[in-house]
Design a protein around this ligand. Structure first.
Ligand code: MLT
Length: 267
């Protein structure tokens, strides 16, 4: 069920279904909560699944020319308050959602029971990537998001997914095309300013599941394996044949690994 929630006078749209322990799904860039559809369908049988459209994305308001990971994580914290969720939740972040998860873990550790990190990075952007983010921000404000679609789709999916699952590629093309240019610019700039989470890995003592598609061309499998080793209580799994969008490309395996992780780290 989609519910409307107001946070600091900004209207947010949030998927909320099921009951029990809360799984909070945080989408990537420039997407919305629908990227989690296979996880939301599956996990609402045994859990309460919450998946907001982040500030400015999807059907949520609040687009701005700078949207930081701190801001997104404060929004999530307030969302839990507004939904009257006091017990610690499992936060599952994909890519930019993972950058937000680091920030959330740093500031709101007591609100978390576990972390699930899909196709994301711990390292901050280098200067070249930061400069490229600014180029994207300026271009999207002038031209709109169409130019991003082709360039990003190639990077988001394993080549085989385009042939065998054209419907998920179309789904994501549509979401990118309908994203707010101001939000894309704001989140690009926000990602460029994000913290280097490599410095805090040892402090994040939550049970953590780290997943990465073997064909991910945005996030390096090796980098994810390395950062999971630097965390006190993390396990890493590769998702064979998936690109960056592993939760959408290989939902059965991703759901199975998440279910297994939830069962064995009962909190
Ligand atoms: C995402 O999928 O959220 C983005 O590709 C992350 C990024 O651009 O670093």
């Amino acid at each position: 069920m989609i519910r409307a929630v107001t946070i600091n006078d900004i209207p947010f749209s949030c998927f909320d279904a099921g009951s029990g322990h809360v799984l909070l799904f945080v989408h990537g860039f420039p997407l919305d909560h629908t990227m989690w559809s296979a996880q939301l369908d599956y996990f609402q049988q045994g859990y309460r699944v919450i998946a907001p459209d982040l500030r400015g994305f999807g059907k949520s308001g609040g687009a701005d020319d700078l949207l930081t990971m701190q801001q997104f994580s404060e929004d999530l914290h307030q969302l839990l308050d507004v939904l009257e969720i006091d017990e610690p939740v499992t936060l599952c972040g994909f890519s930019m959602g993972g950058y937000i998860a680091w920030q959330f873990a740093l500031k709101y550790r007591r609100r978390l029971a576990r972390l699930i990190l899909c196709d994301t990075k711990a390292a901050a952007d280098n200067q070249e990537v930061q400069m490229n983010r600014e180029v994207v921000a300026s271009q999207v404000l002038q031209e709109g998001p169409d130019f991003l679609v082709d360039g990003m789709i190639e990077k988001l999916f394993a080549p085989i997914s385009g042939q065998t699952q054209p419907e998920i590629v179309k789904q994501i093309q549509k979401v990118i095309r309908s994203s707010s240019p101001l939000t894309i610019a704001g989140a690009s700039r926000g990602m460029a300013q994000r913290i280097d989470a490599q410095n805090i890995l040892a402090e994040i003592d939550l049970p953590t599941l780290v997943l990465c598609g073997t064909e991910d061309s945005i996030t390096s499998l090796e980098e994810m394996r390395q950062f999971s080793r630097a965390m006190p209580d993390a396990e890493f799994h590769a998702i064979p044949g998936a690109g960056h969008m592993a939760p959408l490309e290989k939902p059965e395996l991703v759901n199975h690994l998440i279910q297994d992780f939830l069962s064995k780290t009962d909190v």
